[in-house]
Write a protein of this length. Structure first.
Ligand code: ZN
Length: 288
């Protein structure tokens, strides 16, 4: 099945596909294992521009293809928050399955034009390729921060979302409705589910993507899925779990120099977070 078909299935049945970031082969394997343990139908993995640069795009594509074959499990690769046409083109040419073109920092009209370019180029290369876009700037970074100030002015406007989808033709859309990238420690991240419902009603044919899900209570993730989210992005929670276990492991065994030994508990922690999240996305299902 193509990625697009999994999205159609998730939307029809009311669950969400997980999206998890990686920059190393061991984390990719941990993500795939977690998704499989949870019984998820598929998993979307992503590389941010920084992660793609560290790992290499050709390497990311080859690792995902190998994971698909050896695990016999549908794993799809997304270029996450690529901010220029050229960067997206590079990912499309390298063999990625999907791209999030993030033109949210551009003026709206420029975002429309650049998103159209990405979408058209992707379709000429491969019909199965999916494009996601974003309108409204999603604040924060994929790390632990104390506070990120957002207001309703930052939220995606439903009319603008409708105009954007009509003019660009993209299938996946990342709205801003109180979500923040990363984890905030001195503030409560609160989703405005009613606002999400208004965006969902304005673009009934698009697949809605929740970014910045790290740090959100489970029940908010579930209500976002029940209001039309079909894809949830987690990055920071994986990074935090990985680093915490790695630090502990190295502190306990300072003489250990073998990577596949000292990385094991960090990988297990990532696998467990992914499994728990994927179970949550499936449990949100309201239609049998
Ligand atoms: Zn994101």
């Amino acid at each position: 099945m193509e990625l697009r078909e999994y999205f159609a299935q998730a939307k029809a049945e009311g669950w969400a596909i997980g999206h998890f970031n990686f920059a190393t082969a061991d984390v990719l394997r941990a993500i795939v294992e977690g998704a499989m343990r949870a019984g998820a139908p598929c998993v979307l993995v992503g590389t941010s521009p920084g992660e793609a640069e560290f790992l290499g795009m050709a390497e990311a594509v080859a690792l995902v293809q190998a994971a698909r074959r050896s695990a016999e499990f549908p794993v799809f690769l997304n270029a996450d928050h690529f901010a220029s046409f050229d960067a997206c083109k590079e990912a499309i040419d390298a063999g990625y399955d999907s791209v999030l073109f993030d033109g949210s920092r551009l003026a709206y009209e420029v975002n429309v034009i650049e998103t159209q370019r990405v979408w058209q180029y992707a379709q000429t290369k491969r019909g199965s390729f999916m494009v996601e876009a974003e309108v409204g700037y999603l604040k924060g970074r994929s790390e632990v921060q104390t506070e990120v100030v957002i207001g309703r002015d930052d939220f995606t406007k439903p009319e603008q979302a409708a105009d954007f989808i009509r003019r660009t033709g993209v299938e996946r859309f990342a709205p801003v409705f109180g979500n923040i990238h990363g984890i905030v420690t001195k503030q409560e991240e609160v989703l405005d589910i009613e606002h999400l419902a208004r965006v969902a009603a304005a673009i009934p044919d698009a697949y809605l993507v929740l970014h910045g899900a790290s740090g959100l209570p489970d029940e908010q993730v579930v209500s976002a899925i029940r209001t039309g989210i079909t894809n949830v992005h987690f990055n920071t929670e994986l990074r935090v779990a990985y680093q915490r276990e790695l630090k502990e492991e190295l502190a306990e065994h300072p003489g250990q120099t073998t990577p596949y030994r000292y990385l094991q508990s960090a990988d297990d922690a990532v696998r467990d977070v992914v499994e728990q999240k994927c179970r949550l996305f499936m449990a949100a299902r309201i239609h049998p």
